[in-house]
Design a protein around this ligand. Structure first.
Ligand SMILES: CC(=O)CC(=O)SCCNC(=O)CCNC(=O)[C@H](O)C(C)(C)COP(=O)(O)OP(=O)(O)OC[C@H]1O[C@@H](n2cnc3c(N)ncnc32)[C@H](O)[C@@H]1OP(=O)(O)O
Ligand SMILES: NC(=O)C1=CN([C@@H]2O[C@H](COP(=O)(O)OP(=O)(O)OC[C@H]3O[C@@H](n4cnc5c(N)ncnc54)[C@H](OP(=O)(O)O)[C@@H]3O)[C@@H](O)[C@H]2O)C=CC1
Length: 283
C-alpha cells in the first residue's frame, strides 16, 4: 500500500517541522501531541513559517493554503487507526517511546509503518515491543526540518526491505536526501556531532574559553553555521544529554561520558532555546 495518510506524534520543534514538510509535499497529515497547548503552538509555528515563506516568495498563497488544508490536529492517539505511517517525535526516552509504540501497535491497522525520529535510541529495541518489528524503522530528520536536507534511515535488525524502500522513497518525496545507517548508538549523525558538542561543553567547564569565544572559534575557524554551544541550545540540552547517555551506555566507553556541566544545566531546567536559557539567555 502506498503512503498517503501520516500521523506525526509530538508537536515540538521536530514533530512540527516533519508535519510541515509532509503536508507541503501533499501527504494528509494528522499532528498529535499529548499536550494540547504544545499542539496549538506547533500548528501556530507552522502557520508562521508558511506565512514567512509566502512573504519571501518561496511559496505561493495557494501552496500555503493547500499545505494547511493537508494538515489536521489529532486530539486523540486513536486517530492513528486511519494512517498508513506514523512518525513519532516525542521525548528521547526509551520507556516513554516503548509505551507509545505498544499503544500504536494496538491501534493501527496491520499495514501501518511505525517510524521513529529518535536521535540515538536503538530501533531494534523499540521495534521489539511491537508485533510488527519488520515494519518499524528509524526516520531521523535534522533540525530545522524544513531547511536541513538529510534524513538518516535506520533499519532495526528485523526491518524488512519493503519498509526501508517506502521510507527512503518518502524521504525523497519530502525533498530530502536519505542515507542508510546501521542501528548503532547515535547512528552516524549524533555519534559524530554530539561528542564535539560535549567536548565544547568540557572546554567551558574547564575554563578554556567562554561559550561565546568557543562558538566564535568554530564559526570563524571552521566555517560552521552555528557554534557548538549555540547548536546545543538549539537542539535542546535535555536532548543532548539523552543522546550522550545513549552513546556512553551503548558503547561502554568513557570517551562518551557526558560533561557534568551539561548534567547540571539540564537539572536546573536550562534546556536551551526552548526553555529560555541554556549556554545563552533567550528573551
Ligand atoms: C540532534 C539530532 O538528532 C540531529 C540534528 O538535528 S543536529 C542539528 C543539525 N542542524 C544544524 O546543524 C543547524 C546548523 N545551523 C544552520 O544550518 C543555520 O544556522 C540555520 C539553517 C539554522 C539558520 O540559518 P541562518 O542563515 O543563520 O539564518 P536565517 O537566514 O535566519 O535562516 C536561513 C533559512 O532557514 C530558515 N530557518 C531558520 N531557522 C528555522 C527554523 N527553526 N525552522 C524553520 N526554518 C528556519 C529561515 O526561514 C531561512 O529561510 P529562507 O531562506 O527561506 O528565508
Ligand atoms: N531537537 C533536535 O535537534 C532533534 C531531535 N530529534 C529527536 O526528536 C524527538 C523530539 O525532539 P524535539 O522535537 O526536540 O522535542 P520537544 O521537546 O521540542 O518536543 C517533544 C514533544 O512531544 C510531546 N510529548 C512527550 N511525550 C509525549 C507522548 N507520550 N505522546 C505525545 N506527545 C508527547 C512533548 O510534550 P511535553 O512538552 O508536554 O512533554 C513535546 O510537545 C526526540 O526523540 C529527539 O531526540 C531528532 C533530531 C533533531
Amino acid at each position: 500500500m502506498t503512503i498517503k495518510r501520516v500521523m506525526v506524534i509530538g508537536a515540538g520543534q521536530m514533530g512540527a517541522g516533519i508535519a510541515q514538510v509532509a503536508a507541503q509535499a501533499g501527504f494528509e497529515v494528522l499532528l498529535h501531541d499529548a499536550n494540547g497547548t504544545a499542539l496549538d503552538e506547533g500548528i501556530q509555528r507552522i502557520e508562521k513559517l508558511l506565512t514567512r515563506a509566502v512573504q519571501k516568495t518561496r511559496i505561493t498563497d495557494e501552496e500555503k493554503a493547500s499545505t494547511l488544508n493537508n494538515l489536521k490536529r489529532a486530539k486523540k492517539l486513536e486517530d492513528a487507526r486511519t494512517c498508513d505511517l506514523v512518525i513519532e517525535a516525542i521525548v528521547e526516552n526509551m520507556d516513554v517511546k516503548s509505551k507509545l509504540f505498544r499503544e500504536l501497535d494496538e491501534i493501527t491497522p496491520a499495514h501501518t509503518i511505525l517510524a521513529t525520529n529518535t536521535s540515538s535510541l536503538p530501533i531494534t529495541e523499540i521495534a521489539a515491543v511491537t508485533n510488527r518489528p519488520e515494519q518499524v524503522i528509524g526516520m531521523h530528520f535534522m533540525n530545522p526540518v524544513p531547511v536541513m536536507k538529510l534524513v538518516e534511515v535506520i533499519r532495526g535488525i528485523q526491518t524488512n526491505d519493503e519498509t526501508y524502500e517506502k521510507i527512503s522513497q518518502m524521504a525523497e518525496e519530502l525533498g530530502k536526501t536519505s542515507v542508510e545507517v546501521a542501528d548503532f548508538p547515535g547512528f552516524a549523525a549524533n555519534r559524530i556531532l554530539m561528542p564535539m558538542i560535549n567536548e565544547a561543553i568540557y572546554a567551558v567547564y574547564e575554563g578554556v574559553a567562554s561559550p561565546e569565544d568557543i562558538d566564535t572559534v568554530m564559526k570563524l575557524g571552521m566555517n560552521h553555521p552555528m557554534g557548538p554551544l549555540q547548536l546545543a541550545d538549539f537542539i535542546g540540552l535535555d536532548t543532548c544529554l539523552y543522546i550522550m547517555e545513549v552513546l556512553y551506555d551503548g558503547f561502554a566507553d568513557s570517551k562518551y561520558r557526558p560533561c557534568p556541566l551539561l548534567r547540571k544545566y539540564v537539572k536546573a531546567g536550562w534546556h536551551g532555546k526552548k526553555s529560555g536559557r541554556g549556554f545563552y539567555v533567550y528573551s
